[in-house]
Design a protein around this ligand. Structure first.
Ligand SMILES: NC(=O)c1ccc[n+]([C@@H]2O[C@H](COP(=O)([O-])OP(=O)(O)OC[C@H]3O[C@@H](n4cnc5c(N)ncnc54)[C@H](O)[C@@H]3O)[C@@H](O)[C@H]2O)c1
Ligand SMILES: N[C@H](CO)Cc1c[nH]c[nH+]1
Ligand SMILES: [Zn+2]
Length: 430
């Protein structure tokens, strides 16, 4: 990890200390993804099979997971794993079911009634990462709220081979079709459709830089698809004070560093001893990890920052806007109220990020790259569209006509004004 003393850094050094690794190569990634998307649009399934063989060593005959394969997966899934998926499912379901959109109906002025309503987005495409780890938990995180929201068609893509666990989770949550397709080609297929993959209206799910860039590109095209958010390589920022348990802090940092070489972890503390101990523990724990090579690459682009006090730690966190924030300080609850720009916050020594990654019930699909300043954690409402309904009575028109007429006059929009004046005359006759 790169070690910094915050008060000794210039503004540009501070920016550099918080810079994401993924930002370095975004031009190359964009060029590669654009080419993949263009080829899928042009050649459909033929290009899909080609990319799947080249990039993901796909060697099957059908990109769609067959009914028989689903049946086999349901029969052969390990019992303990099935029980763990079932428990995680229940908690995620409960938390997302409780997120019922709030509807209002309000008479803003006598005779003028305004309502909000929502409906489920008709067709959605879910991307479950699987390049270096098959994320069965992501299959749950994406499909459970889709089903609760009432989406009519739910399809899922994940790089081949799709594990029995992912198939079980997707089937349990009610996914209609599962495809063994990964990366930018999966996003392009769901955005534009092919002979095998149906086009969807909105694409959900995290992924590596290729997936995230492809989502961005298809969302910028009116013929493409909407997306949930830019949910790229995992990030965590941990704030710890002198009383934190350094082994827990190190474990939390490594839990996200192991996701991928482009993941990033930031450690912020106001205590020099704690900084040294956490660096030492991180090195020790790293050597025992099966994914140590991946985690080591992520740590090389990560930062450990000594700050003057916890208020400065909050400023650093709010500036970085991490996907995940873990707070291990004496006043963790109080501090968490001040940390606004984070996708998901884990408060206190007993709350590792792994809890939310898998089973507490909160969603682990979260904005990265600093988008946590404006974008939200995934929730059931993301699978719905909100719209409004208004109704006026004759009495309402008599009340409001002059307001609308005057404003339309101000804007020089006389057809607008006339639409109101005609109704006003009609209301007077009543
Ligand atoms: N932000 C979130 O909410 C969140 C949640 C879960 C996981 N994640 C992140 O998702 C990511 C998963 O990444 P992953 O790589 O394991 O799986 P992935 O499924 O996202 O990506 C794998 C795909 O990338 C494509 N690819 C790989 N190298 C390529 C190349 N050189 N050219 C073109 N395409 C290429 C391949 O088609 C492959 O199928 C991790 O970075 C993890 O941190 C984020
Ligand atoms: N930490 C990831 C979100 O960035 C989610 C995840 C899935 N499995 C383990 N972790
Ligand atoms: Zn994780």
């Amino acid at each position: 990890m790169n070690i910094y003393n915050w008060s000794e850094l210039s503004d540009s050094q501070k920016q550099q200390a918080l810079r994401r690794p993924a930002q370095e190569s975004s031009n190359d990634i964009q060029r590669i993804c654009k080419e993949i998307i263009d080829n899928i649009r042009e050649d459909g399934d033929a290009a899909l099979y080609r990319y799947s063989r080249e990039l993901d060593r796909f060697d099957g005959a059908d990109l769609r997971i067959s009914e028989q394969k689903i049946k086999n997966a349901l029969e052969s899934i390990d019992k303990d794993l099935k029980a763990a998926i079932d428990t995680a499912y229940d908690n995620i379901y409960a938390f997302h079911k409780a997120q019922q959109g709030s509807h209002i109906e309000l008479e803003t002025a006598p005779g003028i009634i305004c309502k909000t309503k929502t409906h489920a987005i008709e067709s959605v495409g879910l991307y479950v990462p699987g390049g270096s780890a098959p994320l069965v938990s992501t299959a749950l995180m994406l499909s459970i709220p889709a089903k609760i929201a009432g989406c009519r068609q739910i399809i899922m893509c994940s790089p081949p081979p799709v594990s029995d666990a992912i198939i079980y989770a997707a089937h349990k949550a009610g996914v209609d079709k599962i495809f063994a397709i990964g990366g930018a080609q999966a996003i392009a297929a769901m955005a534009y459709g092919s002979d095998s993959v149906p086009k969807v209206l909105k694409i959900f799910g995290p992924g590596n830089q290729f997936v995230t860039m492809a989502k961005k590109l298809v969302s910028e095209d009116p013929e493409g698809a909407a997306i949930d958010m830019p949910a790229g390589p995992s990030e965590v920022l941990v704030i710890a004070d002198k009383n934190a348990d350094c082994a827990l802090v190190a474990a939390d940092l490594l839990s996200q560093a192991e996701h991928g070489p482009d993941s990033q972890v930031i450690f912020v503390t106001d205590d020099k001893d704690m900084l040294d101990k956490v660096i030492k523990d991180t090195d020790e724990q790293l050597s025992a990890l099966p994914r140590k090579d991946i985690a080591r690459k992520a740590l090389a682009k990560s930062s450990a920052i000594l700050c003057k006090d916890l208020n400065e730690a909050v400023v650093i966190s709010n500036t970085y806007a991490p996907e995940h924030l873990i707070i291990q300080t004496d006043n963790a609850d109080e501090l968490s109220d001040k940390c606004l720009n984070a996708g998901s916050i884990f408060v206190g020594a007993f709350t590792p990020e792994s809890l939310g990654d898998y089973a507490s019930g909160t969603n682990h699909t979260l904005p990265t790259y600093g988008y946590a300043k404006t974008a939200s954690a995934l929730g059931t409402d993301d699978y719905r569209r909100r719209y409004t309904v208004s109704k006026a009575t004759a009495a309402g028109i008599l009340n409001i006509a002059t307001t609308v007429e005057r404003l339309a006059h101000e804007e020089g929009l006389f057809a607008h004004k006339n639409a109101m004046t005609l109704r006003y005359k009609k209301a007077l006759e009543k």
